[in-house]
Write a protein that binds this ligand. Sequence first.
Ligand code: SF4
Length: 135
Amino acid sequence: MEYRNVLTTCPYCGTGCNLHLQVLDGRLVGVLPAKGHVIADGGLCIKGWNAHAFVHDKDRLQTPLIRKNGALTEASWDEALGLVAESLGKIKAERGADSIGILTSAKCTNEENYVLQKFARAVIGTNNVDHCARL
Ligand code: SF4
C-alpha cells in the first residue's frame, strides 16, 4: 500500500485555498486542508472538502465528443481540437474576430485565465473576454 499527500490549489473557486490531495495506490481518495496556508488557514468549505469527488466519477467524460449525424461520438483530442480551430477560423473569416467571445472560469487558475485572455486577444484578435464571476 502506497500513500502520499499532494499539495495543490482547490479547483472550485477563485479564493484559491491550498489543500492536500490524499493519494492511495495511485487513486485520489480524499482531501485534507493545508494548515498554515495564508487563505485556508487549515479550513475548507464544503466544496473544497469534496474537491476530489469528480476525478474518478463514473459519469465523467474521458474523451472529447463530436456531434456526427446528430449523435455524440467519441473523438481523439487531435480531431476535437482540429474541429474547434477550423470552426473558429471559419467564423472569424466569415463574420470577423469580434463575432467570437471567450468566457473564462473561476474554476481555472490565474495562469489558465491569463492564457485564455491572451488566446482571445493575440490569436483570435478580439477583446471579447469575460469571466463567470461577472455573469
Ligand atoms: S475550499 Fe471553498 S472557498 Fe476555498 S477555494 Fe475551494 S471552493 Fe473556494
